[in-house]
Design a protein around this ligand. Sequence first.
Ligand SMILES: [Zn+2]
Length: 68
Amino acid sequence: MAETKPAARAAGSCPICGRPSTEHYRPFCSRRCADVDLSRWLRGTYAIADTDEDDAAGKAPPREPEPE
Ligand SMILES: [Zn+2]
């Protein structure tokens, strides 16, 4: 496969989030980012993986109305 990634992997930064990569998950910084990249390959297109943080903000359960 011909990858067109910037010649910056030598620097050791995660191609997903840009954080410093770790030896165990390089060139990624964590297993999560490695999984995200894998998902891209499997789907062929960019797919939103697990965004728990953002998802929680959009699907937060409605607050119960306070008694007046
Ligand atoms: Zn990362």
